[in-house]
Design a protein around this ligand. Structure first.
Ligand code: NAD
Ligand code: ZN
Length: 367
């Protein structure tokens, strides 16, 4: 009798290859890149958040004369498929295949660097590759240097892009950074509202990762530690943007990201994707707007989230949905509904009996 092949039921994930952590570690970047400088056409592409243009960090980026540097504004929109395709075409036309790509910025720049690395070696539009394991060839060497913490994009296996049809990541083993540089000095200048919204992304990742059927001892250990750090950073008299808390937030972001990698996000992220896709609301801000109204699903997490909002007097507007038409809300509900992996995790096998378009519309109307 022929044995039936064993089915793969456990995720087999690739992690970041090398990590340097510590105050001032950014100064090691030149040395880290040096061994790679002879690969391909022998030059690096630096993608830097436009916020740093004219700031002291600009002078510290280890750019050599042959390198290309792009200062990218992430203010108007989150990364798009068009943006990546244009950047890729321009770079290849100018200088051919680079030795590597370095992203210096927040989750948006992390995703641009990851996506660009892949699209430099994969033909056609990035819209062709939005989804799981659709990328055909490994990308070029890529390095992530986060300057705002919370999304976990520095450790995740996906590069989230908004395209004409989907807001979905290029997700595969090759998406993961070869190297990350975690220097807590870089996040000191983050404005207070972004410090809160982006930091809360990691807290929400943990709440969602923990509360669902994909949770396990591995994801739980990361979530537990990341939530402990979040409480130290965002609750009580020692909370706030201090050097000690910045050291912790950088680690919390990474651990929250790893927790969800081994588990899954849930209700808040499913709704957040709907809101962001239809209205362009920023990921971390959208999550905070939604988390405020999810006490039915995550009672303890939402109660603690509200304490943190109140403690730091963060303004989370209410009544937004008064300005939305039924059609807009229906579109959001459909985007959210079409994320079965999140609903399976958060609700279970019978999710379609529990989660309906009407229920999702009611949740959006709470905003
Ligand atoms: P961001 O990159 O969008 O930046 C937010 C703001 O902070 C911008 O105005 C930016 O200029 C500013 N900023 C960044 N660093 C700064 C600094 N040191 N000092 C002053 N200002 C600074 O922020 P984000 O919240 O980290 O990223 C959101 C993006 O991440 C979204 O596009 C989302 O889709 C993506 N995301 C990706 C993943 C993933 O796993 N790939 C996970 C979650 C979110
Ligand atoms: Zn998130």
């Amino acid at each position: 009798m022929v044995a039936t092949p064993t089915q793969t039921t456990h995720k087999n994930f690739k992690g970041v290859e090398k990590t340097v952590y510590g105050r001032g570690s950014f100064s090691q970047l030149d040395e880290i890149l040096a061994p790679r400088r002879s690969d391909n056409q022998g030059y690096f592409v630096f993608l830097v958040d436009n916020y740093f243009k004219g700031k002291s960090l600009e002078g510290q980026v280890p750019v050599h004369h042959e390198d290309l540097t792009y200062y990218i504004s992430v203010e108007e929109h989150e990364p798009t498929t068009d943006q990546i395709d244009e950047l890729r075409d321009e770079i290849l036309a100018k200088k051919g295949l680079p030795s590597g790509v370095v992203g210096i910025g927040g989750g948006s720049i992390m995703d641009i660097a990851k996506a660009l690395s892949l699209m430099l070696t994969n033909e056609g539009s990035s819209t062709l590759y939005q989804g799981l394991n659709l990328i055909k060839k490994p990308g070029v060497y890529h390095v992530g240097v986060p300057t705002i913490s919370g999304t976990g994009a520095e450790v995740s296996m996906t590069a989230v892009l908004t395209g004409p049809v989907k807001k979905l990541g290029l997700k595969c083993e090759w998406t993961v950074f070869n190297q990350i540089v975690l220097d807590p000095e870089l996040i000191a200048s983050v404005p207070r509202n972004w410090w809160f919204y982006t930091g809360m992304d990691t807290y929400i990742h943990c709440i969602e990762s923990e509360n669902g059927r994909m949770n396990n001892a591995y994801s739980h250990a990361y979530a537990e530690q990341a939530m402990k750090l979040c409480r130290e950073i965002y609750l009580g008299e020692n909370s706030g943007q201090t050097t000690e808390n910045d050291d912790k937030l950088m680690v919390a972001s990474m651990m929250g990201g790893l927790s969800l990698t081994y588990s899954e996000v849930g209700v808040c992220h499913a709704l957040s994707y709907g809101l962001s896709k239809i209205l362009g609301t920023r990921h971390c801000y959208a999550n905070c707007l939604i988390m405020n109204h999810l006490a039915d699903y995550y009672p303890e997490g939402v109660a603690e989230f509200k304490q943190m909002v109140a403690y730091h007097q963060i303004d989370l507007p209410q009544g937004l949905s008064n300005d939305w038409s039924d059609d807009t809300i229906t579109q959001m509900a459909h985007i959210s509904y079409n994320l079965p992996h999140m609903w399976l995790h958060a609700i279970g096998d019978n999710w379609q009996e529990v989660i309906t378009i009407d229920l999702l519309k009611d949740l959006f109307r709470r905003l």
